[in-house]
Design a protein around this ligand. Structure first.
Ligand code: ZN
Length: 310
């Protein structure tokens, strides 16, 4: 039987200012805004999706920007860091670029064979760039980032845990992950083709505080599954193993189930189809506010309540 999940689908984090968030991810990091919509559970707030040109699963970082949201605290029981893959040899370009935008950078480190730099977005979300040789995913066109240096999508997500065993068992037992590498206090798990964009690192660092939700922290991580039938199989299997799983939710661009891993991190399984071109063309992705059918009748009120992005 095919594995239930085969990599990261998207990661969703919280922000406090939609325009600042948009400027950072599109202008500085060079991602493409592939969808402007609202939080389907709270249509008074945006849900902004940044990704590669096509919005491929494994490249999609999304935000709920709540104006004035207080800062959270990155720590255990969270997706602690979100890492993007950049081509081998691109680190100096990015150090220079990020410094020119007055971002504070951690000193580069070597991790499991790749050079890594860490920094934070304007809300304090911990981000990393990791040099990866031979990432086959295409660069996203950008007016001032050379294609040879552009981000290719996610490299990995780091889960900070105090008791990793049960989570590791969930990843490798039910979710289709396998241990790939191990170094110091970090274990890397891979899924599917084992390429960047599938990796989940489990970090055990007793110096980290317990994480607190808020701006600059990750809300949840979604794993890819190929179709609705596999998602239903995952739901049944998780439930048989004692997990409380949400009903299947129609998120317009994918269908989702949600559950918490043993230390409390919110996990989602999201289908690859139908994808972001379900309500606008590839060329137009992200160009206007898209609403699910249930909110179209309220469009005027919703638009009036959202802060303008441009
Ligand atoms: Zn999600």
């Amino acid at each position: 039987m095919a594995p239930l999940t085969h990599g990261i689908h998207h990661i969703t984090a919280m922000a406090s200012d939609a325009r600042r968030n948009l400027a950072f991810y599109t202008q500085i990091l060079g991602l493409r805004l592939v969808k402007q919509t609202v939080n389907f559970d709270d249509p008074g707030t945006y849900h902004l999706y940044y990704a590669n040109y096509e919005g491929a699963p494994g490249t999609v970082l999304t935000f709920f920007p709540w104006p004035g949201l207080r800062r959270g605290r990155p720590g255990t029981g969270q997706v602690y860091a979100t890492a993007f893959s950049i081509p081998a040899g691109s680190l100096p370009y990015w150090q220079e670029r990020l410094r020119s935008h007055q971002l504070a950078l951690a000193a580069p480190v070597q991790r499991i064979g790749g050079n890594v730099i860490g920094f934070a977005d304007p809300d304090g979300l911990i981000l990393e760039l990791i040099e990866t040789a031979g990432d086959p995913r295409p660069p996203t066109p950008h007016p001032d980032i050379p294609a040879a240096h552009a981000i290719r999508g996610f490299h990995s997500a780091t889960l900070a845990l105090s008791q990793p065993d049960e989570t590791a068992a969930l990843l490798t037992g039910l979710m289709g992950y396998r241990e790939s590498r191990r170094e110091a206090n970090r274990v890397r798990y891979a899924a599917g083709d084992g390429q960047p964009g599938t990796f989940v690192d489990v970090l055990v660092d007793p110096s980290l505080p317990r994480g607190l939700n808020g701006a600059g922290t990750v809300h949840h991580i979604a794993y890819r599954t190929p179709d609705d039938a596999t998602e239903l199989r995952a739901k049944a299997l998780l439930e048989r193993n004692g997990f409380q799983v949400s009903p299947v939710m129609d998120r317009n661009y994918f269908h989702s189930i949600y559950y918490r891993e043993p230390e409390g991190i919110l996990f989602e399984i999201a289908t690859d189809p139908p994808g972001f071109t379900v309500d606008e063309s590839l060329e137009q992705l992200g160009s206007g506010l898209r609403l699910p059918a249930k909110y179209e009748a309220r469009r005027a009120d919703i638009e009036a309540a959202l802060p303008p992005l441009a």
